[in-house]
Design a protein around this ligand. Structure first.
Ligand code: ATP
Ligand code: ZN
Length: 292
């Protein structure tokens, strides 16, 4: 597990001023807040690696990467990794590339499967204490994994630690994908509404068929990565509106959005606790229709 500590502040002045123009143009009021944010990404494959690169180029304060896999030739039809990375763990290869793109960013990497008993505890602890300021929680989690078990582990951890996260997925046929924002207690969690994934035809990849080679396209994965980071930034820097669910159907250029309310009978106990907290909080506060 490696930390790439920034050695100089070089995210070039020109680059920084292009980002700060968002503030001058009235799009984002507090762009500089990005330097204080820490985002955890689980799954540094076709979607996660590109999402990490986008965040690093945007000047995020810290990213924490989790993945158990290594870079292979079969990953070369996606963006980010290069043939010289083959054989390295994905997190090591990503750490090297990302720190060279922007050495200002603190990059922490963990080559591990988050679903094992010992590592799950580590993952939980990391969510709670590895934020930019030591001992503080991370600000958000991005799920870029390709299986149900890992998504459920992220879901349980984020419900327990009360951390907003985005689920993402690309279908096995490579021509559709989605992102889903999960604010514990406020929106449906991954355990609240699994049938939605099935009905939208995007659960294929989470039930991996042994021996069947899934299709993948750098285009669809790049689009989903862009949706993911765009909406993570909108949520964290409070600009625009974030849909609970945003889909992408490449064959028809259809982008469905929907609202997803939590299920009061959710199987995840922490989800129900967060729902009660959210209801209580809502009762105590005047309604805010302008929330992003
Ligand atoms: P493919 O299966 O199509 O060859 P892939 O395994 O690289 O590709 P992607 O969809 O590109 O899959 O990326 C998903 C990433 O999520 C992979 O890098 C995988 O290692 C990672 N991942 C999946 N489950 C876990 C887990 N439990 N813990 C850590 N990383 C995980
Ligand atoms: Zn739930």
């Amino acid at each position: 597990n490696v930390s790439y500590i920034p050695h100089k502040l070089v995210h070039s002045d020109q680059c920084y001023s292009r980002l700060m123009a968002l503030k001058r143009m009235g799009i984002v009021n507090n762009y500089e807040k990005i330097r204080k944010l820490c985002i955890t990404i689980v799954g540094i494959g076709g979607v996660g690696s590109v999402a990490a690169e986008m965040l690093v180029r945007c000047g995020i304060g810290k990213i924490i990467l989790f993945d158990y896999d290594q870079v292979e030739w079969s990953n070369m039809n996606r963006l980010f990794y290069q043939p010289r990375h083959i054989g390295l763990s994905k997190v090591e290869a990503a750490g090297l590339t990302l720190s060279s793109i922007n050495p200002d960013v603190i990059i922490e990497t963990h080559h591990m499967d988050i679903t094992k008993v010992e590592t799950y505890e580590f993952f939980l602890d990391s969510l709670e204490t590895s934020g930019l300021t030591f001992g503080h929680p991370v600000d958000m989690v991005l799920s870029c994994v390709d299986n149900f078990e890992a998504r459920m582990a992220i879901n349980s951890a984020c419900n327990e630690k009360n951390i907003t996260w985005f689920e993402s997925g690309v279908a096995e046929n490579a021509v559709s994908g989605h992102i889903q924002m999960i604010v514990p207690g406020k929106t449906a969690c991954f355990a609240c509404a699994p049938p939605l994934m099935v009905s939208a035809g995007i659960d294929e990849k989470s039930i991996k068929k042994e021996g069947v080679c899934a299709a993948s396209l750098p285009t669809t994965m790049g689009i989903i990565s862009g949706f993911l980071v765009q909406n993570a930034l909108k949520k964290l820097l409070q600009f625009g509106k974030v849909s609970d669910y945003l889909g992408y159907m490449a064959l028809t250029d259809f982008f469905p959005t929907m609202t997803l309310k939590p299920n009061p009978f959710c199987q995840d106990n922490y989800c129900k606790i967060r729902q009660d907290e959210y209801k209580l909080n809502e009762k105590q506060q005047p309604p805010d229709n302008c929330e992003p």
